[in-house]
Design a protein around this ligand. Structure first.
Ligand code: NOJ
Length: 788
C-alpha cells in the first residue's frame, strides 16, 4: 500500500498530456516535476507568520528569494536615498527605448530596467513572433503548451534585451463584452491559475522578469480609471485572487496594480489589496508597479506606505510640481512622511527581483530596439523556430463547436471551395497598418491596444486554403466583401463547401483615445461585426455545406444561424496569432484533430450571462462566486455552448473511476482533524486525494481529449454547483486506452472563511465529477469529508 501511495503521490505532479513536439515536452515535464517538489518544499518551509505594516519582507520565500534578498539588502544598505528612489521611479514616457524604463544607477553598477508589453509578444519591435492570444492558449487546456508558449516568448523578450515583460494578463472574463478578455485566460479561476502558473514559469525560466497584471478586479474597460469594483472577500479569494496566488507560487517577481478602485480605494494605493492580501497573506516578495499613470495621491508617496513599490512611466506632474516619486519621494523620506525602512523595502524588492532572475550575471542582453524610433534599433531577429510552435498552438486552441454529419475534416476529394468574408483575407494595407491593431480589417489575429505586438508576417486563411487547394487540385472561389451579399451567394453557390468568415473585435479603451468602429474598448454588443449574421445566412441560403469560421475576442451571439440546417460546421478559431491561416487549415483538413475547449460559456441570449459591463461608477460584483458556468448551473440556464465544450473528430469513453485518499485523508486520523488554514499552509496544498479513471479513444482517428474534473460541493459549502479543479490534455491513438490520474488537495475543496480569514473544508458529501465539458458528465462518485 505504501508503495502504491508513493506512486500515486508522484504521479500527481505530472501532466500526462502528450503533444506533437515531444522533445520540448520531455524537458518541460521534467521542469514541471522539479518545480512541484520545490514548491511544496517552499510552502513547507514558509508557514504563514501573519501580517505587519508596512510591507514585510524576508518571511516567506519561493525559489531562491532568500539569497537574492540577502544580496539586495547588502546593496541597499550602501545606497543614497536618491539612488534608492531612482530604482523605483520611471524616467518618463518615450524617454527610454521601452514602454517603461527605470534609470541606471552607476553607484551599484545597475543598468536600469526595460519594461515592455505585451502578453502576446514583444510590442513595438520588429522581427518578433506574434503568439496566439491568452484566451487561445487557455482554450488548449494544455499545461505543456502554456509553458512552451511562455518559454518561447521569454526567449524573444530576453533576446531584445527586455528586463520585465508586462504580462500575463490574469484578470478574469467576468462580462463577455469586456474589451481585454482576449488577453486573459478565460472565465474560470482554476484554468486561469494553471495558465498563469505555466506562463510565468516559462517566461521567467531564462532570466526574464514577468509582471502579472492587472491587480486586481480590472474586469472591464469602461471607466477603468475611475470606477470602483466592489467585491466581497470570499469572492475575491476564491475567484479573482487565485490566479495571482498561482503566479506567486510560480515565482513571479513583479505585479502591476490596476487603474480601478477596489471597494472604494484605488488599487495602487489600496493597503488591503497590496499589504494585507498580496504581501502578507500571499507572501509576495517581489515589487508592485503602477499601471501607466494610474491615479495616486498627490505625490504617490501615500501609496508607498500602502505597499506600492514602483511608479510607471514616471513623469507625472501636478500643478507645475514634479510628482509621483522622484524628488517628491526623496522629500517624503527626508520629512519622515515615508519611513526609510519602507524605502529600503521597496529598493530591496526591486533589486532582489533583478538578482533572483540572474540579470546581474553579466550576460543578460542589453536593449537593442527602440519602441518609438525603429531606426535606432538593431533589428535583432529573435523569432527562432517559434512559428512551428505557434502553428500548433493555433490549431490546438481552435474549438470545433458544431460538426453535423462529420462535415469536417474535409477530404482531399473536395473540388470546389468558396471562401467568403473579409476576415478570410489579408488587410490590404498590411497586418500592422493600424497602430496597435486599432482596426478590424482582414484576418483578425489579435485584439487592439497594449496587448499587441507587430506582425513580422501574418498568414491569412485565404492564402493558406488556396495553398491547400492547389495541392489537392481543388479550386477556390472567394468573395472578401462582408457587405456584398450577392457576391457572397455567387461565390458559394454550387461549391462542395463554403467557408464563411466572421469576426468580433475589442481591446483597450485607453481613456477614450481608441474607438474602433464605434467600440470603445468593451464591445457594444455580442454580435458578429460587419453584418456577420447576414453574411452567414446569405451563404447558408446557397450552400448546404456551410462552415462558419469565427475569429473573435470571445463569445459572440450565434442564435440567428446556429441551427440553420445548412450550417453544418462551426469553428471558433479565436485569435490564433501569426500562423492563423495555417493553423486553421490543419484543423479543417484534419492534420490536427481539434481539441480546443471553450474557456468561457457561450449563451443563447446576452441576458443569460452572469454579469455585464457596468456603465456607472460602481461595478458591483453582485453575482459573487456565480460567474460563467457557475451561474448557468445555479440558475438552470441552458447555454448554447458550455464552458469546457469542444468537439473532436474521434470519440472517447471514460470508465473505472477510482478515488484514493493519500495520507491525511478520510480514515487516516493520524493527520488530525481538518481545520482552518491560512493561504500559505502546505497542509492545505499538499496532494490529498488521487482520482484515476480509464480513458479510451473509441473512434477511428488519433486525437486529444481534455478530461475535466469538477467538484460538486457539499451543501454546507454554500458554493456553486460545481467548480473545475483539474484537467488534462491526453493524446491517444485510435483504439488506445490510458489511465488518467488527477490529484486534489484540501485547497481544491476549501472555501474562504471571511470571519476567520482562513480556508476550511466544510463537512459533508462532495461529488467528484469527471467529464468532457462542464455539462458532459461521464463519471461521478460521492465522497464524505469530515470537515469542520
Ligand atoms: C496600460 C495597460 O493597462 C497595461 O496593460 C500596459 O502594460 C501599460 N499600459 C503599458 O503599456
Amino acid at each position: 500500500m505504501a508503495k502504491l501511495l508513493v506512486l500515486l503521490l508522484c504521479s500527481c505532479a505530472l501532466s500526462l498530456g502528450v503533444f506533437i513536439f515531444s522533445s520540448i515536452e520531455a524537458v518541460l515535464l521534467k521542469a514541471s516535476r522539479q518545480h512541484n517538489s520545490r514548491y511544496h518544499h517552499a510552502l513547507t518551509r514558509n508557514q504563514n507568520t501573519g501580517g505587519t505594516t508596512p510591507t514585510p519582507i524576508g518571511t516567506k520565500h519561493v525559489g531562491d528569494w532568500p539569497a537574492a534578498i540577502v544580496k539586495a539588502k547588502a546593496v541597499v544598505a550602501s545606497m543614497s536615498v536618491k539612488d534608492k528612489v531612482a530604482l523605483a521611479t520611471g524616467v518618463g514616457r518615450e524617454k527610454g527605448p521601452c514602454v517603461g524604463n527605470t534609470p541606471a544607477v552607476p553607484s551599484i553598477d545597475y543598468p536600469g530596467l526595460c519594461l515592455q508589453d505585451s502578453p502576446t509578444g514583444v510590442r513595438l519591435a520588429d522581427f518578433v513572433s506574434v503568439f496566439p492570444a491568452g484566451i487561445n492558449i487557455a482554450a488548449t487546456f494544455n499545461r505543456t503548451m502554456m509553458r512552451a508558449r511562455g518559454l518561447a516568448m521569454g526567449a524573444e523578450f530576453k533576446g531584445k534585451g527586455v528586463n520585465v515583460a508586462l504580462g500575463p494578463d490574469i484578470n478574469i472574463v467576468r462580462s463577455p463584452r469586456a474589451g481585454r478578455n482576449w488577453e486573459t485566460f478565460g472565465a474560470d479561476p482554476y484554468l486561469t491559475g494553471e495558465a498563469s502558473f505555466e506562463t510565468v514559469k516559462g517566461l521567467q525560466a531564462n532570466g526574464l522578469q514577468a509582471c502579472v497584471k492587472h491587480y486586481i478586479n480590472n474586469e472591464q474597460e469602461t471607466n477603468r480609471t475611475s470606477s470602483s469594483s466592489n467585491v466581497d472577500d470570499r469572492t475575491t479569494h476564491e475567484i479573482y485572487l487565485h490566479p495571482f496566488f498561482k503566479a506567486i507560487q510560480a515565482g513571479v517577481v513583479s505585479f502591476m496594480c490596476s487603474y480601478n478602485q477596489v471597494n472604494g480605494t484605488y488599487a495602487c494605493e489600496n493597503e488591503h489589496v497590496l499589504n494585507d492580501l498580496l504581501k502578507t497573506e500571499l507572501g509576495f516578495q517581489g515589487y508592485v508597479m503602477t499601471d501607466w499613470w494610474a491615479r495616486l495621491d498627490e505625490f504617490g508617496t501615500l501609496a508607498v506606505n500602502k505597499g506600492l513599490d514602483m511608479v510607471m512611466p514616471g513623469e507625472v506632474s501636478r500643478g507645475g510640481k514634479s510628482s509621483y516619486f522622484g524628488t517628491a519621494l526623496v522629500n517624503a523620506v527626508k520629512t519622515g512622511q515615508v519611513p526609510t525602512s519602507r524605502l529600503d523595502d521597496m529598493a530591496t524588492r526591486i533589486l532582489a527581483a533583478y538578482y533572483v532572475q540572474g540579470q546581474d550575471s553579466g550576460d543578460y542582453p542589453s536593449v537593442n530596439f527602440d519602441s518609438w524610433n525603429s531606426s535606432r534599433g538593431k533589428h535583432m531577429d529573435v523569432q527562432g523556430d517559434h512559428k512551428k510552435l505557434i502553428r500548433s498552438m493555433g490549431a490546438a486552441s481552435t474549438v470545433l463547436l458544431k460538426n453535423d454529419g462529420s462535415q469536417l475534416p474535409l477530404g482531399n476529394s473536395v473540388r470546389s471551395i468558396a471562401v467568403v468574408g473579409s476576415d478570410a483575407g489579408p488587410n490590404p494595407e498590411g497586418p500592422n497598418s493600424c497602430l496597435g491593431r486599432r482596426c478590424n480589417v482582414g484576418i483578425l489575429a489579435l485584439g487592439w491596444g497594449s496587448g499587441t505586438a507587430d506582425f513580422t508576417y501574418l498568414i491569412d486563411p485565404l492564402s493558406a486554403i488556396t495553398a491547400k487547394a492547389n495541392s489537392i487540385n481543388a479550386t477556390v472561389f472567394s468573395s472578401l466583401s462582408d457587405a456584398d451579399l450577392i457576391a457572397a451567394k455567387n461565390a458559394s453557390s454550387g461549391k462542395d463547401v463554403a467557408f464563411v468568415f466572421i469576426t468580433a473585435d475589442s481591446g483597450e479603451a485607453s481613456e477614450g483615445h481608441i474607438l474602433v468602429e464605434g467600440n470603445l474598448g468593451d464591445r457594444n454588443d455580442l454580435n458578429a461585426w460587419h453584418g456577420g449574421n447576414e453574411l452567414v445566412k446569405a451563404v447558408a441560403g446557397e450552400n448546404k455545406n456551410t462552415v462558419v469560421i469565427i475569429h473573435a475576442v470571445g463569445a459572440i451571439n450565434m442564435e440567428l444561424w446556429i441551427d440553420h440546417p445548412n450550417v453544418t460546421a462551426v469553428v471558433h478559431a479565436g485569435l490564433q496569432g501569426q500562423e492563423a491561416g495555417n493553423s486553421l487549415v490543419d484543423i479543417l483538413w484534419g492534420d490536427v484533430n481539434p481539441s480546443g475547449r471553450l474557456p468561457y460559456t457561450i449563451a443563447k441570449s446576452p441576458s443569460d450571462y452572469s454579469a455585464d459591463i457596468s456603465s456607472g461608477y460602481n461595478v458591483d460584483y453582485t453575482e459573487g462566486l456565480y460567474i460563467d458556468y457557475r451561474w448557468f448551473d445555479q440558475n438552470n440556464i441552458t447555454p448554447r455552448f458550455e464552458f469546457g465544450y469542444g468537439l473532436s473528430y474521434t470519440s472517447f469513453s471514460y470508465s473505472a473511476l477510482a478515488i484514493v485518499y493519500l495520507r491525511g485523508g478520510l480514515g487516516d486520523k493520524s493527520q488530525g482533524p481538518i481545520g482552518l488554514e491560512r493561504s500559505l499552509s502546505s497542509w492545505l496544498h499538499n496532494d490529498w486525494i488521487t482520482v484515476t479513471f480509464e480513458l479510451t479513444n473509441t473512434g477511428l482517428v488519433d486525437g486529444t481529449e481534455i478530461p475535466q474534473l469538477y467538484i460538486a460541493p457539499s451543501p454546507s459549502s454554500n458554493s456553486p454547483p460545481k467548480q473545475l479543479r483539474n484537467f488534462d490534455s491526453v493524446f491517444l491513438r485510435k483504439g488506445e486506452s490510458t489511465l488518467v490520474k488527477m490529484c486534489l488537495s484540501r485547497y481544491s475543496f476549501a472555501v474562504w472563511n471571511s470571519v476567520e480569514q482562513r480556508w476550511g473544508v466544510p463537512r459533508g458529501k462532495y461529488g467528484i465529477w469527471v467529464g468532457a465539458s462542464s455539462r458532459d458528465r461521464r463519471l461521478y462518485e460521492e465522497i464524505h469529508v469530515r470537515g469542520f
